[in-house]
Design a protein around this ligand. Structure first.
Ligand code: FPP
Length: 239
């Protein structure tokens, strides 16, 4: 798959990825799961570079779910520390590429102060960038996000009759982001897993069998070409 098949006038504005299969990638090589996550980071940068080549404006990736706390404690510890390291070691590189980085999810007590500070620093450094807005979902769950939205709507004192879809959407973590046009999930699993449930109402889904660490920008170009061949009707009829 090359860039020639891509119609640059209709690339998705917002792409979302469930980066699945790091653990299996490591297992088939007889490696610890942490090695799979490290390899997954290279694939994440492939996705970033692919989005930059295509001029996709928003990329949201699922890095740690509210359910991932159920994993063995060493893996959880590794993912928390790994995220902090990535933010520190790679933020300048993302900044130079013109990427704005944000972390979305619940900032609860389970996240160390040092991790929250790295998140804020990276967000602040890259805030003026507009080439690509990369949202990393960390300690994220869509039901938690919707619950948080309900709480803040109640706190803001809305009357029931004032609450419509626009009000709910405005209280989600990234109200200014357009809904994802295309959602990619790797590793052959066909699930949503509590990711962007509200925002995905009309997204096109693309599932592929490769494990996340093997994902390259060529897979991304393939997904975009297929997306462009589909017809989106948003509940209406063909024109
Ligand atoms: C899912 O694969 C992947 C994760 C839970 C972690 C994703 C993290 C990265 C791609 C690295 C980048 C990290 C950050 C913090 C930006 P899995 O472990 O569920 O794989 P399996 O289904 O094969 O076990």
């Amino acid at each position: 798959m090359s860039l020639e098949r891509i119609d640059f006038s209709s690339v998705p504005r917002h792409l979302a990825c469930v980066m699945d299969g790091n653990g299996r990638w490591a297992a088939v090589r007889g490696l610890p799961r942490s090695k799979g996550h490290e390899a997954g980071l290279d694939a994440l940068f492939e996705a970033v570079d692919g989005c930059l080549e295509l001029s996709v404006k928003w990329l949201t990736v699922f890095a740690f779910s509210t359910e991932n706390w159920r994993r063995p404690v060493e893996e959880v510890r590794f993912l928390l520390e790994f995220n902090r390291e990535i933010l520190r070691r790679r933020r300048d590189e993302l900044n130079e590429k013109g990427v704005r980085l944000r972390i979305i999810g619940r900032r609860d007590r389970r996240l160390a102060g040092s991790l929250l500070r790295e998140m804020d620093k990276a967000a602040e450094l890259t805030a003026p960038n507009r080439r690509l807005i990369l949202s990393v979902a960390f300690n994220y769950g869509s039901r938690t996000e919707i619950t948080d939205a309900v709480r803040s709507i109640v706190k803001a004192g809305y009357e029931p009759a004032q609450i419509d879809e626009e009000v709910v959407a405005k209280h989600l973590y990234t109200p200014e982001a357009p809904d994802p046009d295309l959602v990619i999930r790797t590793s052959g699993e066909h699930r949503i897993s509590n990711f962007l449930l509200w925002q995905m109402a009309y997204s096109e889904m693309f599932f592929l069998d490769v494990l996340w660490p093997d994902f390259t920008r060529l897979h991304l170009f393939d997904a975009v070409a297929e997306y462009q061949a589909r017809q989106r009707r948003f509940g209406g009829l063909d024109q």
